[in-house]
Design a protein around this ligand. Structure first.
Ligand SMILES: [Zn+2]
Length: 604
């Protein structure tokens, strides 16, 4: 059986010409080989996986070649080259300072510098991750670097140039490696795929390139994984599934819908995305990138800034033709605001929803005739609700939004506009009754959609008469009678999320977990909650009664039943993103979560 070699190794460039994406730099190195004007020390800086060590090896081979080509490449035939090819050359020493950073390691290496080479002209010492050397090792190294023997050349490589001491920097010729562009990565992956006889969709390679974030080694290793789970046919669908990347189609749809002011359709789309296990914050970040790409695609000048595959470029251009620049600017501004507020928000989903609604309303004509100032944001969305106030009971709030912490009578006092909007978004009917002064029967919504979240928190801390047996429920008027009201999946999610937010301090742990669960109406009015592990299952079982009575109370249906089920094992193990890895770690060791909270950290 043929030995399997990972692509990153198999297709490691062996000449300057085959190095991807570092042309300026390889040309300079070739010229150096040609002219024979060599420095004693080189410093190769740049992100991981862009070819620093590879170039160092090619360079070492070329300067030792007995008959280099006119272009400055190694001949590959002479005795020295062959020794290099067969990895038996005595002229190249490699030290990975990340794992061998003690003074002994360096001292042993420095002893080698004294012996001149037997074949070839130079002994090349490659020290990888040189910033990791210990101080003592550094000093031992510095001695040799200050007065190196004529036959010695150092090539230092680092991902963190700023950590290199000035005394070293000043003695080195510095080369900055660029991170791989998506275009370069795609092209290289294409050539590897063709050599390996693997079929592919270019979009799929674009996803891999993007995921690799500028590192060719990472790209190739993801490519290998993709090739293996796609069984030789790398398709877009399969790759996004296994890399857990949100389908770009979602972003195109959101913008298309937003241009048509279809906020409700966007809410449904968002719900689907969240149900698939994607975080609202990630969607916002992805959307930011998308809108930016659309903006770039509008103009020939900025078109080269699009780092996507050719097909995607065309799609971006198509969408760009539909979007006016002010729309894109405004959307970017809203998304950015959401991104900034996301961390602090106590109801992240609501924040995302409001942002998307606002984006969907950018192009909406202002319909607030006669009301002078600009009280319009969110307004039209509630129009159908205000029109149905005649039968308030039936007007189920369609807007996905969390109820404030138990709507008490108190919260209906006339308040500042910002606090009003927070209760308005929760239940339009309620606002209407509490806002008799509103002209034309419409709630006077101010445009302060950036919501005062403080308001929610204040209420949380105020004294609430909690109904025994429910989770923070406090509205005595909402006690279940013989109610059998209909409710939608959205109502359920809404109440679930608000319940989580209301839950007393001592349940904060399980409340956080519950926010990530997706209760489903399986067979109306039966609600099923899927949990992914036994611990969560046990915790949930303990408070199941309270959860049930809370849902009954707020969904106005006393027939609701609640079942908790352990999720079945997935058929295959997914490749975890860094975020997912962290979440997994958090689950295994709760103190990590505590640390994260204490230091106010966030995953990038
Ligand atoms: Zn040679």
């Amino acid at each position: 059986m043929e030995e399997y070699i990972v692509s990153a190794r198999k297709y490691r460039p062996t000449s300057f010409d085959t190095v991807v994406g570092q042309q300026a730099l390889t040309t300079t190195l070739k010229n150096a080989v040609n002219s024979g004007k060599l420095a004693h020390a080189y410093l190769f800086c740049g992100p991981r996986g862009v070819g620093k060590t590879t170039c160092a090896r090619i360079f070492a081979k070329a300067i030792n070649c007995l008959s280099p080509t006119a272009e400055g490449e190694a001949c590959g035939q002479c005795e020295s080259c062959q020794a290099f090819n067969e990895q038996r050359s005595f002229n190249i020493f490699e030290l990975d300072a990340a794992s061998n950073n003690s003074v002994e390691h360096i001292k042993t290496l420095m002893e080698q510098t004294r012996i001149p080479p037997q074949v070839g002209k130079y002994k090349v010492f490659i020290i990888d991750e040189v910033h990791m050397l210990s101080t003592a090792a550094f000093n031992a190294f510095l001695k040799t670097l200050e007065e190196p023997p004529a036959h010695v050349i150092f090539i230092l490589a680092t991902t963190e140039k700023h950590k290199i001491l000035p005394t070293i920097l000043s003695r080195c010729q510095i080369y900055d490696f660029e991170r791989m562009t998506v275009r370069n990565t795609i092209d290289h992956l294409k050539s590897v795929a063709q050599k390996e006889g693997i079929s592919f969709e270019e979009e799929a390679l674009a996803v891999i390139a993007e995921k690799a974030d500028g590192g060719m080694r990472d790209a190739l290793s993801i490519f290998d994984q993709a090739a293996s789970f796609c069984q030789g046919n790398i398709t877009y669908q399969k790759v996004i599934e296994d890399l857990n990347v949100l389908d770009a189609e979602n972003y195109f749809q959101i913008i298309d819908l937003a241009l048509e002011n279809k906020a409700m359709e966007i809410m449904v789309l968002l719900n689907n995305v969240i149900n698939k296990g994607f975080d609202g914050g990630l969607l916002i970040q992805g959307l930011a990138k998308h809108v930016r790409n659309v903006l770039m695609a509008r103009d020939e000048q900025t078109l080269p800034l699009l780092e996507v595959s050719d097909q995607q470029r065309e799609r971006y251009q198509q969408q760009a033709h539909k979007c006016q620049i002010p729309f894109l600017y405004q959307a970017l501004r809203l998304i950015n605001q959401c991104d900034i507020n996301y961390r602090q928000s106590s109801n992240k989903r609501l924040l995302v929803e409001l942002t998307l609604i606002e984006i969907a309303q950018i192009t909406q004509p202002d319909d607030s005739v006669g009301s002078g100032r600009k009280p319009r944001r969110l307004k039209s969305l509630f129009k159908h609700l205000t029109q149905t106030t005649a039968q308030p009971k039936k007007a189920a709030p369609q807007v996905a939004a969390a109820e404030p912490v138990a709507p008490t009578q108190k919260s209906q006092e006339p308040t500042s506009s910002s606090s009003r909007i927070s209760s308005t978004t929760t239940s339009a009917t309620q606002t209407n009754t509490s806002n008799p002064s509103s002209k034309a029967g419409r709630p006077q919504l101010k445009s302060s959609v950036s919501l005062s979240w403080n308001n929610l928190r204040q209420k949380k801390s105020s004294k609430i008469n909690v109904i025994p047996g429910t989770l923070g429920a406090s509205d005595p008027n909402a006690a279940p009678k013989d109610e059998q009201h209909d409710f939608t999946q959205q109502d359920l999610e809404l109440q679930w999320m608000s319940m989580c937010n209301r839950m007393p301090q001592k349940y904060s742990g399980i409340a956080t977990r519950m926010k990530n669960m997706n209760p489903q109406i399986t067979d109306f009015p039966n609600v099923e909650v899927l949990v992914d592990n036994q611990v969560a299952m046990d915790q949930l079982e303990q408070i199941k009664k309270s959860i049930l009575s809370t849902l009954k109370l707020y969904l106005h249906n006393k027939s609701i039943t609640l079942s908790v089920r352990l999720a079945e094992q997935q058929e295959h193990v997914r490749i975890l993103s860094r975020r997912e890895q962290f979440i997994l770690m958090e689950k295994e060791n709760p103190s990590i979560a505590k640390l994260k909270e204490l230091l106010n950290l966030e995953l990038a």
